[in-house]
Design a protein around this ligand. Structure first.
Ligand code: PBG
Length: 330
């Protein structure tokens, strides 16, 4: 009797054909959502220091960039506005100005008549001088009053023509309130993807540079509304409430440090669950890639397939266009 194993898991790993046969997950362009930053002005494609390869697009530059993404097969884009400082205020009224940058960007994309989902973020941080996602009263981000404003923001964005509202603010009860507000305004077919489990994370730094909210937030943080990175059961409660309140999809954010949360949600709720590979994850990988410490294409694809393996239906990623190009070549 040989002491060697009868079952050898390396046997199917020997050749490309058998590796392909036993492959469990596949990343497709249909899994990708591209987050895009928009800025005022014309003829602008501004680089973002902490996110090499990512740009802020002025409205006229947005159309060609998005058309290319759609040609590659990317199903949806998520818009984020870099609001000029003179349009910011302590209560963020610009958030529900129908002619703000966000709504203008939505209209530009809508008018292209593409086979494309247009996702609008709901939260006040791009519009407030303090950089918080809600209204601040006596130093506290108040819940219910903020939710009223977020509803107004969501309806304004739906009126501009967005297909999906993505509340990223983490106020309690906002999904139900936004659902009601949308329905009452005749937008019962506009979808909601809730940032259900959004953590108070250090990985949002480069995003705050990109939309220009970093300076506003200063040394402040969002721990009175975003979740503690130590918690997992609490994420299940957040998801349960958001689904009860009418969320169509839920999202986990950040992505890679929270794969366990995606897996738990997928197993417990069987609902479309999305992952946001956030700015800090992108910056971290690109930093190493630019130094030649990591291989760009392999790192990108491995980081994305991990979300599929964890159970995600799709991924918001700044790599979307590059990944789509790579997938096309495969
Ligand atoms: C704000 C918002 C943030 C992100 C998306 N929406 C940042 C924050 O909560 O401070 C982060 C995305 C990223 O880091 O890529 N409502």
């Amino acid at each position: 009797m040989s002491s060697y194993p009868q079952t050898r898991l390396r046997r199917p790993r020997q050749q490309d054909w058998s590796r392909r046969l036993v492959c469990e997950q596949k990343l497709s362009v249909n899994d990708l959502i591209w987050p895009i930053f928009v800025c005022p002005g014309t003829n602008k494609r501004e680089p973002i220091d902490s996110m090499p390869g990512v740009f802020r697009y002025s409205l006229d530059e947005l159309a060609p960039a998005v058309k290319e993404a759609v040609e590659l097969g990317i199903p949806a884009v998520a818009l984020f506005p870099a609001t000029p400082p003179d349009k910011k205020s302590s209560d963020g009224e610009e958030a529900y100005n129908p002619d703000n940058l966000m709504c203008s960007a939505i209209r530009v994309l809508k008018n292209l008549n593409l086979n494309l989902g247009i996702i609008a973020d709901v939260a006040l941080d791009p519009y407030t001088t303090h950089g918080q996602d809600g209204l601040v009263r006596d130093g506290y981000v108040v819940n219910d009053e903020s939710v009223n404003v977020l509803c107004r923001q969501a309806v304004t964005q739906a009126e501009a023509g967005c297909d999906l509202i993505a509340p990223s603010d983490m106020m309690d009860g906002r999904i139900g309130a936004i659902r009601q507000a949308l329905d009452a305004a005749g937008f019962e077919n506009v979808l909601i993807m809730s940032y259900a489990a959004k953590y108070a994370s250090a990985f949002y730094g480069p995003f705050r540079d990109a939309v220009g909210s970093a300076g506003s937030l200063g040394s402040g943080d969002k721990r009175t509304y975003q979740m503690d990175p130590a918690n997992s059961d609490e994420a299940m409660r957040e998801v349960a409430f958001d689904l009860e309140e009418g969320a169509d999809f839920v999202m986990v954010k950040p992505g890679m440090p929270y794969l366990d949360i995606i897996r738990r949600i997928h197993d417990q709720f069987q609902v479309p669950t999305f992952a946001y590979q956030v700015s800090g994850e992108y910056a971290m990988m690109m930093g190493a890639i630019e130094r030649g410490w990591l291989d760009r294409d392999k790192t990108m694809l491995e980081s994305l397939i991990a979300f599929k393996r964890a159970g995600a239906s799709g991924i918001l990623t700044y790599f979307a266009v590059e990944a789509a190009r790579l997938l096309q070549q495969q």
